[in-house]
Design a protein around this ligand. Structure first.
Ligand code: NAD
Ligand code: TYD
Length: 354
């Protein structure tokens, strides 16, 4: 038996948000054993966790959540009290070119985890919790006004968001049907260190550095609400410890940017940091064919988590953005490692024909 106060399973802990959450929990809760389960897909990288990989309360397990037997075995091996489920296929463009991976991992994988937890907990839900991490994209696309609340009806429009919506529904169905102790959160776009450079911000930082075109889909008028990843991890910690079971919590940055304004701001900062003449990086901006079914605008109303749990973003965007850019400039090796091999093939397929 374990000497830890709690055994917490974090899935997808080698990815972008998961690695920030694992770091927070390993450092903040020495009495919890943190089990990081990850398949290490192209998006999962153990280099994201070098600083805590030898901590006595940290364990890594390489496994695929689509493998139901492996999930059952994991729950037999460890007396898991809490699950914080982040493992997913997370990139909209990949979901458009290859939806099946999203169906398997995001839907079937989530059900496998729910079933394994349910079997292991066997009706005794005292002190147990299954926390499911989702996205604001399940709510669909906003017009120029309005915000997503927890009551906004689901209207997913990409294979990615549809697979996440499906998993949210199943997680909540397990609460209503079996009394499983679940909680769900839906967050807006995150930015920060360890973000895989297929997503807008790290892709553009990398391309500016290498004087490559900055591909802006359509007219660049689509709007996203950006939140610093560390603030998302803080929200997940609060929800894990204080969120009400059976509830959903929206998490957002209250920080809307059109893609083109965001990329222009990035270009200005990069010119300054790379000692380039102002305006140099912006010349790389290239308008390319729009994403199919491209959602116009996302914006989160985070009143519920603020009022119930006292959460709000701690890092202002200007500060978080600078920290993020500095991190990428100081971690070229990380970028080179993750952009070698299969990423190159993806990049060519995604952008060369556009
Ligand atoms: P990511 O793509 O960076 O990381 C996903 C991780 O899951 C990777 O480490 C990958 O190896 C792992 N994984 C994928 N398939 C797996 C499988 N079958 N079995 C086990 N592990 C598997 O994603 P992210 O951006 O860190 O997102 C994490 C979660 O947060 C996702 O559920 C995503 O839907 C959600 N989310 C992301 C954002 C965002 O802006 N990135 C915003 C809101 C919600
Ligand atoms: P992305 O980072 O893929 O996140 P999401 O699609 O989950 O919001 O994209 C953010 C926005 O940037 C989205 O409106 C699509 C756009 N985008 C581009 O214009 N060019 C790009 O090369 C990428 C990856 C995204």
């Amino acid at each position: 038996m374990s000497n830890f106060e709690k055994n917490i399973l974090i899935t997808g802990g080698a990815g972008f948000i998961g690695s920030h959450l694992v770091r927070l929990f390993v450092n903040k809760y020495p009495n919890y054993r943190i089990i990081n389960l990850d398949k290490l897909t192209y998006a999962g990288n153990l280099a994201n966790l070098r600083d805590i990989e030898n901590a006595p309360n940290y364990t890594f397990v390489k496994a695929d959540i689509v493998d139901a037997e492996a999930m059952d075995k994991l729950f037999e091996t460890y007396p898991i009290d809490g699950v914080i489920h982040l493992a997913a296929e997370s990139h909209v463009d990949r979901s458009i070119s290859n939806p099946m991976e999203f169906i398997f991992t995001n839907i079937v994988g989530t059900v496998n985890l729910l079933n394994a937890a349910r079997k292991s907990w066997n009706g005794n839900f005292e002190g147990k919790r299954f926390q499911h991490i989702s996205t604001d994209e399940v709510y669909g696309s906003l017009g120029e006004t309005g915000m997503f609340t927890e009551e906004t009806p689901y209207d997913p429009r990409s294979p990615y968001s549809a697979s996440k919506a499906s998993s949210d529904h199943i997680v909540l169905a397990y609460y209503h049907t079996y009394g499983m102790p679940v909680v769900v959160s839906n967050c807006s776009n995150n930015y920060g260190s360890f973000h895989f450079p297929e997503k807008l911000i790290p892709l553009c930082i990398n391309n500016i550095r290498h004087n490559k075109p900055l591909p802006i889909y359509g007219k660049g008028e689509n709007i996203r609400d950006w939140l610093y990843v560390v603030d998302h991890a803080r929200a997940l910690d609060l929800i894990f410890h204080k969120g009400r079971l059976g509830e959903k919590y929206n998490i957002g940055g209250n920080n809307e940017w059109t893609n083109i304004d965001l990329v222009k701001k990035l270009c200005e900062i990069m010119d300054r940091k790379l000692d380039r003449t102002p305006g140099t990086s912006a010349q790389l901006i290239t308008y390319v064919k729009d994403r199919a079914g491209h959602d116009l605008r996302y914006a989160i109303d985070a009143t519920k988590i603020r009022e119930e749990l006292g959460w709000e973003p701690s890092i202002k965007f200007d500060e978080g953005f600078e920290l993020t850019i500095d991190w990428y400039l100081e971690n070229q090796k990380w970028l080179e490692d993750v952009t070698s091999g299969s990423y190159q093939k993806y990049y060519e397929k995604q952008y060369v024909a556009r």
